[in-house]
Design a protein. Structure first.
Length: 246
């Protein structure tokens, strides 16, 4: 876990887990009233999640605007308000209190990162770290479960290395591409299946305007997901794509 707060961040370099290990807190060492923010995002580099600091800059700028009460409140997307006939609003006062005791779960600093190890690292140590990383990835549903809410950071930007289909430019990254990534769907499903009924997620589309945020309580997500899954299963049963078992 990494403590939120402090002065202006150095956006160009976010240290990997093993570099910060001595400064990180374990779950059992967190204060009882800690607010834990699970940050979900698409990697925009092959060996580093945010090589130009675009995503972390977006995240921290919005957090600072919430602390300063520049953003008056965060509420559900209008389409969700119309669909569910309800609006979930978090006021600036609530945000300031929440962020005064906030801790961040961010994959690059919260899980071992073998790709960030020096080339001189022994094969045995690297293999051990790769095993630790696999175990940490398998534990992501537990990390989501222990978090107070999930923040999806998806500002529009370009991938540092991946090219688009034309081969002439870099691939564009945004919330649409985020939703197509398997590991990020894994984060999302972990939230939907959380046993805690009070969880919500927030989506940062644009660092300039809090109105672009989506905020939806977990209970709505869970009901919608279960309904969708059941309907899809019934359709596949009827079409013969899957078969009932005794």
């Amino acid at each position: 876990m990494y403590r939120y707060g402090g002065k202006e961040a150095t956006y160009k370099h976010v240290h990997a887990h093993q570099e910060l290990k001595d400064d990180l807190l374990k779950w059992e060492d967190l204060p009882y009233d800690a607010s834990i923010i699970f940050v979900s995002h698409e990697w925009i580099g092959w060996s580093h999640p945010d090589p130009h600091g675009i995503q972390i800059k977006t995240f921290l700028r919005v957090m600072n605007r919430l602390v300063s009460r520049e953003i008056k409140s965060v509420e559900m997307n209008i389409s969700h308000v119309l669909m569910y006939k309800s609006n979930h609003v978090t006021s600036s006062k609530e945000w300031k209190d929440l962020l005064s005791r906030a801790y961040i779960w961010f994959d690059w600093i919260s899980m071992p990162q073998p790709s960030a190890m020096p080339s001189t690292t022994s094969k045995e140590k690297k293999n051990r770290m790769e095993t630790d990383l696999k175990n940490a990835v398998k534990s992501i549903p537990a990390y989501v479960e222990k978090s107070d809410f999930v923040t999806i950071v998806a500002p529009g930007c370009l991938h540092a290395e991946r090219h688009d289909l034309t081969g002439e430019g870099k691939s564009k990254i945004c919330f649409r591409t985020y939703r197509n990534r398997g590991e990020l769907i894994y984060h999302y499903l972990s939230l939907l299946l959380s046993v805690c009924p009070c969880k919500s997620h927030h989506t940062l589309h644009n660092e300039q305007d809090g109105a672009y945020w989506k905020c939806l309580p977990h209970s709505y997500h869970e009901a919608k997901f279960i309904q969708h899954f059941w309907l899809r299963q019934q359709k596949e049963l009827q079409s013969g794509q899957i078969h009932k078992t005794s």
